[in-house]
Design a protein around this ligand. Structure first.
Ligand code: PEP
Ligand code: MG
Length: 572
C-alpha cells in the first residue's frame, strides 16, 4: 500500500481500478520488475509492438491512394521505426538485463534515440523526433490497453496529466468514478466542472503517473486530496466508513432544504446558484436557490466543432428560464478563452498569454456576429421569465456602453420581427479585472448589478495563474490585497445602491462564509452542490458581530493573520 498526496479539487471518494492515460511523451519513472516477471513483461512488450505495427499497416492500406506523398512517407517512416531491429533488441535488453518495466524501457530507449536525433545537423532529421515520440506513444498505449473484455471505463479512476473541461461529461457518462491528474489546479475550469458533476477529482498529484499503473486498485478522496494505491483492509474499512459519513452528512444537510438562509441576528442572505447544465438548474430549484446568479454559457460551445446557432441557444436559455419558474436567471455572455479553448475555431489558439488575451467581452466585441447571435437568443428567452445579462471580463466603461448599445438595437430588431422581449432587462458586470474593481465608480452608473468573479480577480491581482500548480500556494483569496479590494467593491456597490454578489468559488466554500459576511456581502452565487453547507454556516453566524470584526480582518498583514481571524469566528 502506498499513499500519494494531491490537491483536493472536487469532493467525494471513489474506489476503483486505475486507467492510466499517459501524456504524448511519457514521463514514466524508473520501475523495476522481478526476475520471475521478465518473460511475461517481454511478452507484453512484444504484443504491444505487434499491435502498433498492425495498426500502422491497417492505416496504410486503408488510406492507400488517398494520401498526399509526404503523409505516406511519414507512415513508412513509422513502420520502419517499428521494424527497426536495433530499437527492438535494445528494448528487450533493457527489460532483460536491467529488469526495467516495459514502460520504463520505452522511456529510456526513447531518450537515448532522442539524443542521437538532437545531435543531427540536418533540421529535417532533427524534426523526426516527433515521429519517434509518436511511435513510442503508440506502443505505450497498446501496452496499457486492457486485455480483458471490460468495456468503456465503467468503475475506473482516470489517472492522467491533465483533464480538459470539455471531456469531463463524456468521461462521466462512460462510467469513470474519479479522476486524478498530475498537473492542474483547484480553481481551473475542469475543477469547477468536476464539482458541478460531483466527480471526485484530485489534481497536482505530481508523482501519480510514475507510481500508478493501469489496473492498479486505488482509493481517491477528493475532499482531502489523498490517494491510496493498493488499499489494505484498514483502508477499505475506512473508505466504507467515509462513504457512510458522507451519506449521513447529506441526509443532515437535506433537512436544510427549504429552510430560510438567515443569520442568527435575523438578516436574510440571498443564495443564488451557479449553473452550467440542466441538472444544476434542477438542483438549484430543488434546494431553494433564489435564482441563478451565474449561468456559464461557454459550456454550450465546448465539445463541438460548430458554433450553436440562435435557435439552439434560444431553446436552452428558454428552458433554463422556465426551469427556474419565475426566479431570476443571470445569463453570462460567452466567456471563452484561456483554458476553455474550444474546437470551433472561435478562440485564437496561438495566443502567448491567453489569460490576458482576447477573451470574455473582448472576444464578443471582436466577433460581433457570434455575439449578436447569442444576445438575440438571450433576449428572446427574456419573453419567458426574468432574465439578467452578465458581462464577463469587463475592463472599461466603453465596453459596457458598447454592449448596451448592441442590446438596445437587437431588442428593437427582435420586436420588429414579432418576438416578445422583456422591457428593461438588467445588465450587470463581472468584476474580475482589477482595473474594473478599482475604478468601479467610473462605470457603476451603466450597470444594474455586479458579480465579483474572485476566481479570475485573484489570479490577476496576485499575478498567479489559476491553472498553474507551481504557484498554487500563492493563488489564494486569503491575501490582504484581495480582502481590501473585495471590501472596496462591496462598499462602492452598496453606496451606489447596486446589488453585488460574489460568484467565484469562494462563495461556495463554507470556510469563507464568515469572512465574506464580515466584508459586507449579502448575496452569494454558488454551485448548488454547496448551497446547503453555506446555508448551514450562515444560520450559525451573527452578522452584527462579524461586521464589528471587519476592521480587524482588514488589518491582517498576511495569510496566517487572516486564517487566525477565520478560526476565531469558528470558535464563537
Ligand atoms: C470567476 O472568475 O470568478 C468566475 C466566476 O468566472 P469563471 O470561473 O467562469 O472564470
Ligand atoms: Mg472568470
Amino acid at each position: 500500500m502506498t499513499r500519494l498526496q494531491g490537491l483536493a479539487a472536487s469532493r467525494g471518494t471513489a474506489l476503483g481500478r486505475a486507467r492510466v492515460r499517459l501524456p504524448h511523451v511519457q514521463d514514466v519513472g524508473e520501475k523495476r520488475i522481478t526476475a520471475a516477471a521478465v518473460e511475461q513483461e517481454l511478452e507484453r512488450l512484444h504484443r504491444a509492438t505487434d499491435a502498433a505495427r498492425a495498426e500502422m499497416r491497417e492505416l496504410r492500406t486503408r488510406l492507400q491512394g488517398a494520401l498526399p506523398a509526404e503523409v505516406g512517407e511519414f507512415l513508412d517512416l513509422h513502420a520502419m521505426l517499428l521494424d527497426d531491429p536495433e530499437l527492438l533488441s535494445a528494448l528487450d535488453e533493457l527489460v532483460r538485463s536491467k529488469r526495467y518495466s516495459a514502460s520504463h524501457a520505452l522511456r529510456v530507449q526513447r531518450d537515448r534515440l532522442a539524443q542521437v536525433f538532437e545531435g543531427m545537423e540536418d533540421a529535417y532529421l532533427k524534426s523526426r523526433l516527433d515521429d519517434l515520440d509518436h511511435v513510442i506513444g503508440r506502443i505505450h498505449s497498446f501496452l496499457h490497453k486492457r486485455t480483458t473484455t471490460v468495456k468503456g471505463l465503467a468503475g475506473e479512476i482516470l489517472v492522467c496529466e491533465n483533464v480538459a473541461p470539455s471531456e469531463l461529461a463524456q468521461l462521466q457518462s462512460q462510467g469513470v468514478v474519479g479522476i486524478i491528474s498530475s498537473a492542474g489546479s483547484v480553481l481551473s475550469h475542469s475543477a469547477i466542472l468536476a464539482r458541478s458533476l460531483h466527480m471526485p477529482l484530485v489534481v497536482g498529484a505530481s508523482a501519480v503517473l510514475q507510481k500508478v499503473s493501469d489496473g492498479d486498485v486505488l482509493i481517491v478522496d477528493g475532499a482531502s486530496g489523498e490517494i491510496v494505491l493498493d488499499p489494505g483492509p484498514a483502508d477499505l474499512r475506512q473508505y466504507r466508513a467515509r462513504q457512510r459519513e458522507l451519506a449521513r452528512e447529506q441526509r443532515e444537510l437535506g433537512r436544510l432544504r427549504g429552510k430560510p438562509t438567515r443569520t442568527v441576528d435575523g438578516v436574510e442572505i440571498t443564495l443564488l446558484a451557479n449553473a452550467e447544465s440542466a441538472e444544476d438548474v434542477l438542483q438549484a430549484h430543488a434546494l431553494g436557490a433564489r435564482g441563478l446568479g451565474l449561468y456559464r454559457t461557454e459550456f454550450l460551445f465546448l465539445q463541438r466543432n460548430q458554433l450553436p446557432n440562435e435557435d439552439e441557444q434560444f431553446r436552452i436559455y428558454r428552458d433554463t428560464v422556465l426551469g427556474m419558474s419565475g426566479r431570476p436567471v443571470t445569463i453570462r455572455t460567452l466567456d471563452l478563452g484561456a483554458d476553455k479553448a474550444d474546437r470551433t475555431g472561435l478562440v485564437m489558439g496561438s495566443e502567448e498569454n491567453p489569460a490576458l488575451g482576447l477573451r470574455g467581452v473582448r472576444l464578443s466585441l471582436a466577433k460581433p456576429k457570434v455575439s449578436d447571435t447569442q444576445l438575440r437568443a438571450i433576449l428572446r428567452a427574456s419573453g419567458y421569465g426574468p432574465v439578467r445579462i452578465l458581462i464577463p471580463m469587463l475592463t472599461t466603461r466603453e465596453e459596457i456602453m458598447a454592449v448596451r448599445r448592441r442590446l438596445s438595437r437587437l431588442a428593437a430588431l427582435l420586436r420588429n420581427e414579432g418576438h416578445e422581449v422583456a422591457d428593461n432587462i438588467q445588465v450587470g458586470a463581472m468584476i474580475e479585472v482589477p482595473a474594473a474593481a478599482f475604478a468601479l465608480d467610473t462605470f457603476i452608473d451603466q450597470v444594474d448589478f455586479l458579480s465579483i468573479g474572485t476566481n479570475d480577480l485573484v489570479q490577476y491581482l496576485l499575478a498567479a495563474d489559476r491553472n498553474n500548480e507551481a504557484v498554487s500556494e500563492l493563488y489564494s483569496p486569503l491575501h490582504p490585497a484581495v480582502l481590501r479590494l473585495l471590501a472596496h467593491v462591496i462598499d462602492t456597490a452598496q453606496r451606489n445602491e447596486t446589488p453585488v454578489a460574489v460568484c467565484g468559488e469562494i462563495a461556495g466554500d463554507a470556510r469563507m462564509t464568515a469572512m465574506l459576511l464580515a466584508l459586507g456581502l449579502t448575496e452569494f452565487s454558488l454551485h448548488p452542490g454547496t448551497l446547503l453547507e453555506v446555508r448551514r454556516a450562515i444560520r450559525a453566524l451573527d452578522l452584527g458581530t462579524l461586521r464589528g470584526q471587519a476592521a480587524q480582518l482588514l488589518a491582517a498583514r498576511d495569510r496566517r493573520g487572516i486564517e487566525r481571524w477565520i478560526a476565531g469566528t469558528a470558535l464563537d
